[in-house]
Design a protein around this ligand. Sequence first.
Ligand code: ZN
Length: 388
Amino acid sequence: MAEETYPPFKIAKIEISKTISRRQHFQRVHKKLLNHKDVIFEALQQLESDWAGFCFVKILFCNADESCNFTEAYCKTMRNVQEKNPAGRRIVWIPDLFDVALLKSFLDNEDVEEQILDKHLVAFEKLGQFLDTVEDTNKILQNELKIESIKEGRWASIFGTHVLKMLAVYDQMKIDSGYCELSTECPCGCKKPINIDDNSMGHEEVWHGSVDILLGPTCIEVFNSYQGDEDDFLESSNSAFERKRGKLENSQNQLISESITFAFAMRGGVVPLIGISKSSFIIYMYDPDDDLLYESTSMPLFLDSVKGRQLHFSSVVALWIAINHSYFFKGVQASHVEFGYKANLQNFLGEEQHEIYQKHIRMGGLRHVNSNVVEFKAGMNKGKFKRF
Ligand SMILES: [Zn+2]
């Protein structure tokens, strides 16, 4: 039976004159990126180091089998990096999953013209355009960061419009209509249009709900207040897994349930779910075929400099590569499957729910579905409980 798949995504329109040959396009993009060579090399060097990485997540207990909104989902988890046996504490570095080297070879002017497809050129050009105007973007974000209690919807609109969408090869960015404070224009005053839509997904009988931003085949969930996690990133460079976890971790129930549901909604293929706060971001990727759940370290969005808070370039490149993952994802490595640190999602699903996840998860139309699970406090007992 042919299942409904998510509609294909339009590639961003980048003005390429019809008279320009591929060779000329190649050279134009190359020249553009060379203007930012030092910055990009530094970022790539960091992404190839232990600055950030992924671990595997195992579910110990969850309510994926219940009719439950993402905001009420719970998911008790364990990471392979927490295992007692050191042999199990292995980390997946970014170049193991994404073809970071391609950008490097392109910049180095290696003989890679054959390897670099038109779609890569479009992605490289987007990165170049972003870096051309990054000073202006920094100013816009700095102004927003001055607002003490910036609303989630405003931050989603502004960060989405000026950073995420600008890095993406996809034309479509949809902000969830659940934000009551949203307007159809970017709230920073630039008047760029905002596309507000129904970003719900899932199924009535299992996990479902809305994600804040849908950008091509990437989901982004935005969180507002993470006071306290900023200090983590002001420390001098230390290895990724020594770094304290940001408060994004507190939202992991929601992020994991969205990541798993989104992966099923996309029907095969590993797709990222990015959780973003005002100071950091984290990436989850679930592979439904091999039942592997990758979780990245939390990466800083900004660096403090004499010019004020500036976007962290390594993070910008990491975001760019994650958003445009369909161009750079190398696929789940056989060694990761053999390593066998599975999420074990199936252990928590009956036959019926298993079939729902496999065949009936859908995009849209789930905004008004009630959750069967509620947050409840009774005396000493506080938690998420199922309704009668
Ligand atoms: Zn704006």
